[in-house]
Design a protein around this ligand. Structure first.
Ligand code: X90
Length: 285
């Protein structure tokens, strides 16, 4: 059986999802490797014990510097050990060292276990953009496809999806050098959201600065449709803003009929960067 290993940017450990996916978790061998979010006083491991909303509230009051760290080679290795066939999905290599760390772990693992097969997939995205290829891999695994094909299809699939986001604050992204200071200045103003898309190389690309919920919503929809969305699958994670996610889901259902859409709270890593009222959405095309 293929073991799936993902880093915690995939939101997989968010309590609601674990609860919801109980059967999936018992059917497949899934391991989640945590990233860590740190302040001068605290390390928050992004695992099932993390109280995400509590962390967000502390961060909002905290004036010092905070940062994140991707999984070490060793923590990937620990998650690999014992498996013969492994498919890994990482957060985008355009913003994190997680992919490189997983690749390094693969090299070590193949020394230990030369006949193992390890496929590392760069999601070029985060959150729902990691969950979507993972779901596809599970379907193809159920169909009995060999690991090479499971991975190849996931890589192809990633090219046919888009990740969008709408963020009310990009303080943590800017503080950690993931967006330019110039972009940061444009947000910060009350009621303005930065609407953007994951670029082809998995970095942050700005679409617009939207004032108010209605405009945010319109800008998202316009770009999704412009880029080819026609009623395919959608996954959304949100930080304390299920209303925006529900609204998007309802509008899409009205237009396209019964679509496959699922919204859930973001895990620790995505919540830290997307911040309160942020949403990240991934859709087919
Ligand atoms: O290695 C690490 O420390 C993790 C660094 C993660 C950096 C950014 C995560 C961004 C999360 C922002 C909106 C979605 C962006 C779309 C992906 C290109 C949320």
């Amino acid at each position: 059986m293929i073991r799936f290993v993902v880093d915690s940017a995939s939101d997989n450990l968010c309590r609601e999802l674990v609860q919801r996916d109980k059967e999936v978790y018992s059917e497949f061998d899934i391991r989640v490797v945590p990233l860590v979010i740190s302040t001068d006083n605290n390390d928050y491991w992004d695992d099932e014990k993390l109280d995400v909303m509590e962390m967000i509230s502390v961060m909002e009051k905290y004036n010092g510097k905070s940062q994140t760290a991707c999984p070490s080679v060793d923590s990937w290795l620990k998650a690999f050990r014992g498996a013969k066939e492994i498919c890994v999905v990482t957060i985008t290599s355009g913003l994190s060292g997680s992919y490189n760390s997983a690749v390094a772990a693969k090299e070590v693992y193949l020394q230990e276990c030369p006949d193992a097969k390890v496929e590392i997939i760069d999601s070029l995205s985060t959150g729902p953009g990691m969950r979507m290829p993972l779901e596809l891999m599970m379907e193809n695994c159920r169909k009995g496809l060999p690991i090479e094909e499971v991975a190849a299809k996931a890589r192809e699939y990633i090219k046919s999806t888009h990740t969008y986001f709408a963020l009310q604050s990009i303080h943590n992204l800017a503080q950690n050098g993931r967006v330019s200071k110039l972009i940061e200045k444009a947000v910060g103003i009350l009621g303005i959201r930065l609407v953007g898309i994951a670029s082809e190389i998995g970095t942050i690309e700005v679409i617009s600065k939207a004032r108010g919920d209605k405009k945010t919503f319109q800008d998202l929809m316009t770009h999704m449709e412009k880029n080819g969305y026609r009623g395919g699958k959608i996954r959304i994670c949100y930080v304390d803003s299920s209303d925006m996610a529900d609204r998007i889901a309802a509008a899409l259902k009205e237009k396209y009929g019964e679509i496959d859409v699922l919204a859930y709270p973001a895990g620790g890593l995505c919540s830290f960067y997307a911040e309160r009222n942020g949403i990240i959405l991934c859709c087919e095309s």
